[in-house]
Design a protein around this ligand. Sequence first.
Ligand SMILES: [Zn+2]
Length: 180
Amino acid sequence: MTVQKTIQIGNPKLRQVCEDVSFPLSEQDIQLGYDLVDTMDSAGLVGEAAVQIGVMKRVFVMGLEKEKKDESDENEFELCICYNPTITQFSDKKEFGREGCGSIAYGKLFGQVERPKSIELEYYDRTGQKHVKKFDGLFARIAQHEIDHLDGILFLDRMDDPTQLYDIDELPRKTDDHTE
Ligand SMILES: [Zn+2]
């Protein structure tokens, strides 16, 4: 298990565009995926992009910790390590949701962000196999947040209304609190 340091807003790396990995993956790139999972889990996050541990490659992970997973959650999905991900479809329907980020105040700042409700995500796994999956709701939001990271974009940039920004100690009660 290799937990890496999550870099914070103000670090110029978080504003740069990351580069595709090439296949077959190097040992280093395979390890990168596992390090991201370990780092995400240890910080209690639901997503983490490579740039957040200072690696400028188009790789992110997302998943819910099992103990956090709600029984009624219809997503079968638990953990995904995505190499060279792209979103190939966005729904016209958008919705607001609360987001936090491990690279902004160590995940202790949350804001309302409007994003397309569902997406189609194309990515490669560590063996180089291509996957195309549709996601709705939370996972669609996480994937969009993480892919933004790969392009140097933070959730703060997506907020229209800065009054809808809350420290974790001042959050209005709501059920879907997740930090990416
Ligand atoms: Zn983030």
